[in-house]
Write a protein that binds this ligand. Structure first.
Ligand code: IMP
Ligand code: MG
Length: 174
């Protein structure tokens, strides 16, 4: 299959929006503990953290919903747990994209049991048309249509994470 990528959201627009999100977080909290979901959220988390002026700590978890292709199977597995306690902290879970909602609803239920002062969820992208499990988001970068996107941390079979923009991936017969 031939893989073609067309720009959906430019680097400029992504960066501008992340700046707005950081300003909102700055205004709301005195300090935050960011939890990134590996690997997709890394680019977003770094950009966001860079723009925050309040004290920031961070940790990462890794979960996988099976499959290397363009849709997830629904089974969520924890591959890497938190390094640090989140008890009493202002926790913000940072995710690249909310699709079916399975990953975030699972992660949220696990983290809620660990005693954070509060727990909010932010995602760079949201594909509401694809939702299977409801998830309440505290902040969203962009609501996008039901397309498979890559770049800015998002991958297709582990490729394209490093693209400096969000692009729609199309697969066509060669
Ligand atoms: P969910 O559990 O179905 O909400 O899936 C969330 C995860 O699926 C994300 O963290 C991504 O890793 C992956 N995913 C969902 N949609 C896309 C997409 O359009 N491009 C790349 N990865 C995606
Ligand atoms: Mg992910």
């Amino acid at each position: 299959m031939k893989e073609t990528i067309s720009v959906l959201i430019s680097k400029e627009d992504v960066e501008k929006r992340i700046g707005e999100m950081a300003a909102e977080i700055d205004a709301k909290y005195e300090s935050v503990h960011l939890i990134g979901i590996l690997k997709g959220s890394v680019f977003f988390l770094c950009e966001l953290a860079e723009r925050l002026t309040i004290p920031v700590t961070m940790d990462f978890i890794s979960v996988s919903s099976y499959g290397d292709g363009t849709s997830s199977s629904g089974i969520v597995k924890f591959n890497k747990d938190l390094d640090d306690s989140i008890e009493g902290k202002n926790v913000i879970v940072v995710e690249d994209i909310l699709d079916s909602g399975r990953t975030l609803s699972y992660v949220k239920s696990v983290l809620e049991g660990k005693g954070p002062a509060n727990l909010s969820i932010i995602t760079l992208l949201d594909k509401p048309e694809r939702r299977v499990v409801p998830v309440e988001l505290d902040m969203t970068g962009f609501v996008i249509p039901d397309e498979f996107v890559v770049g800015y941390g998002l991958d297709y079979a582990q490729k394209y994470r490093n693209l400096p923009y969000i692009g729609v991936l199309s697969l066509t017969e060669e």
